[in-house]
Design a protein around this ligand. Structure first.
Ligand code: MTE
Ligand code: MO
Length: 155
């Protein structure tokens, strides 16, 4: 059941969730998940920064959509966007994040050019807009997470 205080827009395309298995989360599924509001600070590499209340579904609840959960050895979460932007975030930090669908009580779909955004205690470039896919990754010790990323230059 959706909460009137936190409007859930229809997603332009379903979100792929990849753990041991893959599944997709569509608008109806998303709207049935718990919505939370949390403040995150977005810090761009240029130094621009701002803090806003985002609302959306806690990342663990989105990942639980997959028929089997994330591998126990999961170290990182890969977050992909339709524009090719991709972040690789350590799993502990990612699990404290939201798959946001709005901020300040307004749907991103109405206020921004995308309908979802991954927000967590990460640097601005890793707050991926227009999430298309969340994938559990197992990196070897010593592997560089940045090698998995496609972060566009600072805005
Ligand atoms: N899909 C996608 N997400 C993205 C980007 C992008 O180019 N594509 N830019 C990132 C960068 S570099 C920053 S600093 C923030 C900017 O967010 P803002 O537009 O809310 O300031 O979005 C991040 N998320
Ligand atoms: Mo940025």
């Amino acid at each position: 059941m959706s909460d009137a205080a936190f409007p859930v827009p229809s997603l332009s395309s379903p979100i792929q969730v990849v753990g041991e298995d893959a599944t997709t989360v569509d608008t109806e599924h998303l709207a049935a998940l718990p919505m939370r509001e949390r403040e995150y600070e977005i810090v761009c590499s240029t130094g621009d920064r701002y803090t806003e209340p985002w609302y959306g579904v806690p990342v663990p609840a989105v990942l639980e959509a997959a028929p089997t959960s994330m591998p126990l050895e999961t170290t990182h979460l890969l977050v992909d966007s339709d524009d090719g932007h991709r972040a690789c975030v350590d799993v502990a930090t990612a699990l404290e994040g939201l798959l946001a669908v709005g901020k300040r009580g307004e749907a991103l779909a109405d206020a921004a050019g995308h309908d979802t955004r991954f927000v967590a205690a990460v640097e601005g470039p890793r707050t991926v807009k227009g999430v298309t896919r969340l994938e559990a990754a197992v990196l070897e010790p010593g592997e560089d997470p940045e090698a998995y990323e496609e972060l566009v230059p600072a805005e």
